[in-house]
Design a binder for this molecule. Structure first.
Ligand SMILES: NC(=O)c1ccc[n+]([C@@H]2O[C@H](COP(=O)([O-])OP(=O)(O)OC[C@H]3O[C@@H](n4cnc5c(N)ncnc54)[C@H](O)[C@@H]3O)[C@@H](O)[C@H]2O)c1
Ligand SMILES: O=C(O)C[C@H](O)C(=O)O
Length: 384
């Protein structure tokens, strides 16, 4: 796709170039074809004196997005990136604290969306009214030495409470779960939605985009490829060995030695821990996660807007394997998941087949832990 395509230019900053601008990049903002040159192009449009742009016209924005946990490390950066989308008319920022300042700060950016802040449980319902996409990065992050599952006891309750509110106030919204452990928090969300009678499996997503972003980056570095060309599907779940990059399905087609496969797979699986250790107690990935989550939001909005060519990996209710939830590449449409790309699991290498079998018991246990938690809460008379 050419940079001059309105579809590309419409994807940023609410500005549509109606003249021919000389840019030689290609592709969409966050997708497999994204590029630094496109960002340069965006900046050029924000500061039009830097390039020869004959005229700019505003682009209609139409979707409302809520971020629950918006004052956190991921939430703030994600809010900034979503504020740049011309597809967004309103950005609702919810947190239990510190969100007023974040919203005031962000609201000064001269992009089209309105920014509204909501603080504490009393304002949660209002933060969700009329929204099309709800993103949930609320919860605690890991410290060195912890697994994602160590976050379960705190984050399970947070996700449960927030999804109850989504069920009551935005039952048709796409729900993007970022809070860890994703392998369990998504099944919890599904149980909550079922109990509320509003579960739509095609609209509930565990956000695994960061695994794809990392896989694309590491493969491009290792094989000396242009980053914008590389697309690696990552399937399974979002923790340790449940993260399975399908390197044999890398596009463009590329060959790896056995050593490269092992090294890349392990690096992708441990990339979250790499960041946790580098941050040395100050949290986990926030900037790359915000980038990845913004890409998934942008893809969802494009799908809601009728774009018929939107594909992402996500952790969803699935029949691809015997496991009830599984991350894979899906086609997104107005109603959520339109198709699951089963071809990715065909013709796997021996290494991938073994890794797929090896991840299943751990992923199964994490799913069952989430479902068990939600059902126990319900049996105990809690408001699940
Ligand atoms: N899916 C992924 O790929 C991925 C990647 C990175 C981090 N994460 C996860 O995202 C979560 C957030 O990470 P972070 O670095 O932004 O943490 P953070 O501590 O910086 O921010 C979390 C925010 O959640 C808020 N919060 C806590 N309880 C809440 C509640 N009941 N309602 C609303 N907001 C609430 C906090 O006030 C805080 O602002 C963690 O669980 C982390 O493990 C997931
Ligand atoms: O590693 C973490 O705890 C955060 C996140 O899941 C990640 O993959 O970076």
């Amino acid at each position: 796709m050419s940079i001059n395509s309105p579809k590309v230019l419409d994807s940023f900053c609410g500005l549509k170039c109606v003249s021919s601008v000389s840019c030689n990049s290609e592709g969409s903002f966050f997708g497999k074809e994204s590029s630094a040159a496109l960002w340069q192009s965006v900046i050029s449009r924000v500061v039009p004196t830097q390039v020869s742009v004959k005229s700019l016209q505003p682009q209609a924005s139409m979707f409302k997005v809520a971020i629950l946990g918006a004052a956190g490390g991921i939430g703030q950066s994600l809010a900034l990136l979503i504020k740049m989308s011309p597809l967004v008319s309103a950005l609702h920022l919810y947190d239990i604290a510190n969100v007023k300042g974040v919203a005031a700060d962000l609201s000064h950016c001269n992009t089209p969306s309105q920014v509204l802040d909501f603080t504490g449980p009393a304002e949660l319902a209002n933060s969700l009214k009329g929204v099309d996409v709800v993103v949930i990065p609320a919860g605690v992050p890991r410290k060195p030495g912890m697994t994602r599952d160590d976050l379960f006891n705190i984050n399970a309750n947070i996700v449960k409470t927030l999804v109850e509110a989504v069920a009551d106030n935005a039952p048709d919204a796409f729900i993007h779960i970022i809070s860890n452990p994703v392998n369990s928090t998504v099944p919890i969300a599904a149980e909550v939605l079922k109990k509320k009678g509003v579960y739509n499996p095609t609209k509930l997503f565990g956000v695994t985009t960061l695994d794809v972003v990392r896989a694309n980056t590491f493969v491009a570095q290792k094989k000396n490829l242009r980053l914008i060309d590389v697309d690696v599907p990552v399937v399974g779940g979002h923790s340790g060995i449940t993260i399975l990059p399908l390197l044999s399905k890398t596009r463009p087609s590329v060959t790896f030695t056995d050593e490269e496969v092992e090294e890349l797979t392990v690096r992708i699986q441990n990339a979250g821990t790499e960041v946790v250790e580098a941050k040395a107690g100050a949290g986990s990935a926030t900037l790359s996660m915000a980038y990845a989550a913004a890409r998934f939001v942008e893809s969802s909005l494009r799908a809601l807007d009728g774009d018929g060519d939107v594909y992402e990996c996500a952790y969803i209710q699935s029949e691809l394997t015997e496991l009830p939830f599984f991350a894979s590449r899906v086609k997104l449409g107005r109603k959520g998941v339109e198709a699951v790309i089963s071809a990715d699991l065909q013709g796997l290498t021996e290494y991938e087949v073994k890794a797929l079998e090896a991840l299943k018991p751990e992923l199964k246990a994490s799913i069952e832990k989430g479902v068990g938690f939600a059902q126990k809460q319900e049996a105990a008379g809690a408001s699940v």
